[in-house]
Design a protein around this ligand. Structure first.
Ligand SMILES: C[S@@+](CC[C@H](N)C(=O)[O-])C[C@H]1O[C@@H](n2cnc3c(N)ncnc32)[C@H](O)[C@@H]1O
Length: 223
């Protein structure tokens, strides 16, 4: 996949894959501690993509490898990525603007705050959580993605039959997420999946190359 050169991608201008100007008032506003502007809500994904299509969400897209490849592999779906790092969000904006695919929109935000604001209950067909940061230090544990009410919120946002897909090479984090999802009554049983079932993420490529074990499992929203 082509790379944006230079230490930092330029600030995006106008409309395009990055939605921060529309959601937060400026492409310079995002990350932790920003709230979606009430003027932007309720947000309409069919209006944003210009069609009615099943919707997916990737949390923490980083370099965007998985998100771009998934969007090409599933052209009949529309795909949203939320990433808390501005550097990666701006870079992916430029990559998508130049090379597509066009069925992707991205948000620079904390997914725990933005996700419940941006998606209607039952509107998501899939949520992908790929190699979430472990946040090892105790004082950072509160930043871990799937804990507290977030697992139940994901279940509410998924359509019946929709899935939350998890990949991690950190056994403790995989177990913590597993436990949080298993505790939500709306989710069915945990099911494992294989390396070929979805595109590989950037980190996954490294793990596969070095032989690190990867935990891959999904939970399905019951009807
Ligand atoms: C270990 S990296 C994995 C990146 C990628 N998914 C992969 O598998 O190669 C975790 C990514 O999640 C992002 N992230 C961490 N917390 C987040 C949050 N609350 N909301 C959105 N993105 C987050 C980080 O900035 C980072 O890009």
């Amino acid at each position: 996949m082509p790379r944006v050169r230079g230490p930092m991608a330029a600030r995006p201008e106008g409309d395009g894959p990055l939605l921060n100007a529309r959601l937060f008032g400026d492409h310079d506003r995002g990350g932790y501690d920003v709230a979606v502007s009430p003027d932007a809500l309720p947000w309409s994904w069919p209006a944003t993509f210009g069609r009615e299509a099943p919707l997916t969400l990737e949390i923490g897209f980083n370099r965007g490898k998985f998100l771009s490849e998934l969007a090409r592999a599933w052209p009949d779906h529309d795909h949203v990525g939320i990433e808390v790092s501005r550097r990666f969000a701006w870079r992916l904006h430029h990559l998508l603007s130049a090379h597509g695919p066009e069925n992707v929109r991205i948000v620079w935000a904390d997914a725990r705050a933005a996700t419940p604001a941006l998606f209607q209950p039952g509107s998501l067909q899939a949520v992908f959580i790929n190699f979430p940061d472990p946040w090892w230090k105790k004082r950072h544990h509160k930043r871990r993605l799937v804990q507290g009410p977030f697992a139940a919120q994901l279940a509410e946002l998924l359509a019946p039959g929709g899935r939350v897909w998890v990949k991690s090479d950190v056994a403790d984090i995989a177990a913590e997420i597993d436990e949080s999802l298993a505790a939500v009554p709306a989710f069915g049983d945990r099911t494992t999946f294989g390396v070929d079932d979805l595109p590989l993420t950037f980190r996954e490529v490294r793990c596969v190359r070095t032989g690190l074990p990867i935990h891959r499992f999904h939970y399905t929203r019951q009807g």
